[in-house]
Write a protein that binds this ligand. Structure first.
Ligand SMILES: Nc1nc2c(ncn2[C@@H]2O[C@H](COP(=O)(O)OP(=O)(O)OP(=O)(O)O)[C@@H](O)[C@H]2O)c(=O)[nH]1
Ligand SMILES: [Mg+2]
Length: 328
């Protein structure tokens, strides 16, 4: 270290050591470099610091790129399935998320309250599925990033407000989805289609059906909708049908729960594996352990369509609630 360095250099160096972020370190390093007299004896030192500076700048740049990529519309997946709540402004999407999960979204009587998506975990039988509240879909304001999120849904809960022209809302929202390559279907065949993006099973939730009078309106709406999509009346305010809604979500997702059991031990009834309807013993084995599926010979099953402890092969189709003991 050359000895003829001015006091400004040492001040900047001290701040450099104390710096908490790369951004601060860059500023200090620039000051240190500026304070070092330029002559042969300081060549090495200046070279080292210039390299350090360029590494720090690269790190900051790379971090910025990552941050931009991870937009607020990118929601981390959690649990076995994702349900995205979509709909026109003010229909009660956020109120619904707040009612059935621990999330605390902003709810207000004015439209366009929600500006960013918010996830929550919804208990459903003995599992939890991810529910995502979203900003409103409206022709007046199209948030393109929102469609990337909608494409990741295993089920779309299209919510309308019975008290405010529900058919118009339904048509506008499904029209916007179609123009962004999201087609709604009564039920996606299997979860393995997931990610192809375009055809997503949907459930129409008709909210604010608070009493009998609104129920009559709901019946009229349901008749107009026909059998295009499954539809049900709910009221977040009164709690009407929220449990039935969870069951409809389970159905709409096309999933089933399968419990594992080790020989000689009771079944592990608290933590089911979640599979797609139609999955077999081999699919289950792959979920339990990646290697297990290769060693699997037979399995014993307790549940639907079998007698207790029946031996079955790897192609046996499982049902919701089955208990499986794998034999390698
Ligand atoms: N009467 C009645 N009002 C409800 C019901 N559910 C929600 N609301 C009210 O509807 C208004 C809008 O609710 P939000 O949950 O903010 O609606 P949103 O769809 O999230 O609205 P945006 O975020 O603007 O798209 C609030 O005043 C809620 O209290 C319901 O079942 N019945
Ligand atoms: Mg909202």
């Amino acid at each position: 270290m050359p000895t003829n360095l001015p006091p400004e250099y040492f001040e900047a160096e001290e701040r450099f050591r104390a710096a908490a972020t790369d951004q601060e370190r860059i500023v200090c390093l620039e000051e240190m470099l500026a304070a070092i007299p330029k002559h042969k004896g300081t060549d090495r030192l200046r070279g080292d610091y210039r390299r350090k500076l360029s590494h720090l700048r690269e790190a900051v740049q790379a971090h910025k790129k990552v941050s931009r990529h991870e937009s607020a519309f990118h929601i981390e997946r959690e649990g076995p399935a994702r349900v995205v709540i979509v709909g026109a402004p003010n229909v009660g999407k956020s109120a619904l998320l707040g009612a059935v999960t621990h999330a605390t979204p902003r709810v207000s009587e004015y439209p366009f309250t929600t500006v960013l998506p918010l996830p929550g975990m919804m208990p459903l039988r003995d599992i939890h599925v991810q529910l995502v509240d979203t900003p409103p879909l409206s022709k007046a304001h199209v948030e393109h990033e929102l469609f990337n999120l909608i494409h990741t849904a295993d089920l779309i809960a299209l919510t309308v407000d019975i008290q405010s022209e529900p058919l118009g809302q339904f048509e506008e929202v499904s029209g916007l989805l179609t123009s962004h390559h999201v087609e709604l279907r009564a039920r996606k065949q299997t979860l393995s289609d997931m990610g192809t993006g375009s055809i997503i099973p949907a459930l129409v939730l008709v909210n604010k059906v608070d009493d009998d009078i609104w129920y009559e309106e709901y019946v009229a709406f349901r008749d107009l909708l026909g059998d295009r999509l499954p539809v049900m009346a709910i009221s977040v305010t009164t709690g009407h049908n929220l449990d039935a809604m969870k069951e409809a979500v389970f159905e709409g997702l096309g999933i089933m729960r399968v419990y594992s059991k080790q020989p000689g031990k009771p079944a592990e009834l608290h933590a089911p594996f979640v599979l797609k309807k139609g999955d077999t013993v081999a699919h289950f084995a792959a979920k339990v352990h990646k290697d297990f599926v290769h060693h699997l010979k037979t399995a014993r099953i307790w549940g639907t369509g079998v007698h207790d402890g029946q031996m079955v092969g790897r192609d046996h189709v499982l049902h919701d609630g089955d208990v499986v003991e794998l034999h390698g």
